[in-house]
Design a protein around this ligand. Structure first.
Ligand SMILES: *Cc1c(COP(=O)(O)O)cnc(C)c1O
Length: 433
């Protein structure tokens, strides 16, 4: 697509955007509501932080209120006689969750929080032996993932330095080459038991080739699991087709389900009835028909549901439903189409900005190939990045700074407009004056 640098062009892109009206389904913070801002204007901020916390759908309140009403009026009976009986509330999310990650229905369930699920899944899928005990991760994985993996390794009596292998980009490069990842997997061979990667790296925005990584892991007899925190709801996923063993993600980033929102897990159907896998059990994972017989002896449910521990967290799940219903209405393929265009447009404007002035140079470290990224662009300013981030915030851009050196911006196809990208570009020009 050929983009232009005029404001009219940005407006034109919004006018012809079939998804533009979805913005009205969200609460967009305004300049005067953002605390670091003394600006009295009630103009919308440029919200580029949906990769960190997605915005609130206006409908969320109704979804939660419905459950509060049933609780108010029915008490414990809400489990059976509520409008959406809580006993099986999690199942209301199964279809759409399966679609978002490309799974079969028996392969997904929503439960707990992300890091909790990482641990639960590693209980089942990280089973080191003296010979085969290594885990391969991307260098610079999200800290919580690093801590989870380190503590799992120690729990099994190994030293993190022996058991965890982190793969780094080549000298002078920012992103990992798939060929280097697969080569490393082959090198580790029969010492490797698990590849535990992010789907999209939170810092660079690189979307890894999950299919190839999985295939290579399987070739050497290892298992492949992914943290999809930055991928779910952002990029197309086909976990079942790619034969991924397991995955987990959170719902408060691209999936707009509120701070600390419910997490999702994927467990490949080949494990659906595999009783040999160790797991930490709880009553909600127990055979549903016998759950209330209160007997000894855990009998897991078929599929991912068998990994549940506790009864459904109905209020966060209600918030999650509100957002998934919007995804359903918009259609993920349409969203991805817009997302590719929106991010390419933002990239185009930043590249143009670099050429227009000589005060600031912004390097985009996120892959240029749209198949290797979602909507996030990771920007490295040639100087004073942290200070420029503060100035951007004061001027009404909500983005985030990630140590050591990156400003992440994420134009979200559900609620960001092409004019948002243009305003970001105008603000960049203001600060470069
Ligand atoms: C956001 C994020 C987390 C956060 O985990 P919580 O348990 O939800 O707090 C963990 N890992 C990755 C890769 C993330 O992007």
């Amino acid at each position: 697509m050929n983009f232009e640098t005029t404001k009219d062009f940005a407006k034109q892109l919004d006018t012809t955007d079939a998804l533009a009206h979805f913005r009205d389904k969200f609460w967009i913070p305004t300049l005067n509501s953002i605390s670091e801002n003394n600006n009295p204007s009630n103009q919308d901020v440029v919200y580029f932080c949906g990769n960190s916390l997605g915005l609130q759908p206006k409908a969320t309140k109704n979804y939660i209120e419905q459950e509060l009403e049933d609780w108010k009026n029915l008490g414990v009976e809400g489990h059976f006689h509520g409008k959406n009986p809580w006993l099986s509330y999690h199942r209301l999310l199964t279809n759409q969750t399966a679609k978002i990650v490309g799974a079969k229905k028996n392969e997904v369930v929503v439960m707990n929080n992300l890091t909790v699920n990482l641990h639960l899944l590693m209980v089942s899928f990280y089973r080191p032996t003296q010979k085969r005990f290594k885990i391969l991760m991307e260098g610079g994985a999200f800290p919580s993932d690093q801590y989870a993996v380190e503590s799992q390794v120690k729990f099994h009596g190994f030293l993190p330095n022996d058991a965890i292998v982190e793969i780094q980009p080549r000298e002078g490069e920012e992103i990992l080459r798939t060929e280097d990842i697969t080569k490393k997997i082959e090198e580790l061979g029969d010492e490797l038991t698990l590849v535990m990667f992010g789907g999209i790296n939170y810092y660079t925005g690189q979307f890894f080739d999950l299919e190839k990584i999985t295939k290579t892991a399987h070739k050497v007899g290892a298992t492949a699991g992914f943290d999809l925190a930055h991928a779910a709801g952002n990029v197309p996923l086909k976990l079942n087709e790619w034969k991924v063993d397991f995955a987990t993600w959170c719902s408060y980033k691209y999936l707009n389900s509120g701070a600390g929102g419910i997490s999702g897990v994927f467990i490949n159907e080949k494990y659906a009835d595999d009783d040999s896998l160790p797991r930490f059990a709880g009553w909600w994972g127990h055979d549903e028909k016998a759950r209330f017989e209160m007997k000894k002896g855990f009998v897991p449910m078929h599929g991912a549901e068998g990994w549940q521990l506790s009864n459904s967290q109905v209020l966060p799940m209600a918030a999650h439903r509100a957002s998934l219903d919007i995804f359903e209405e918009a259609g993920f393929e349409n969203l991805r189409q817009k997302s590719e265009k929106l991010t390419a447009y933002m990239e185009f404007l930043i590249e143009h900005f670099n050429k227009e002035q000589s005060k600031i140079n912004i390097k985009i470290i996120t892959p240029k190939n749209i198949n290797d990224r979602g909507c996030q662009l990771s920007l490295v300013f040639d100087k004073q990045g942290k200070e420029y981030h503060k100035i951007l915030t004061k001027k009404g851009v909500v983005s985030d700074w990630r140590e050591p050196n990156v400003i992440r911006i994420a134009p979200i196809p559900l609620y960001n407009s092409f004019m948002d990208c243009y305003r970001f570009y105008e603000i960049l020009k203001e600060i470069a004056l």
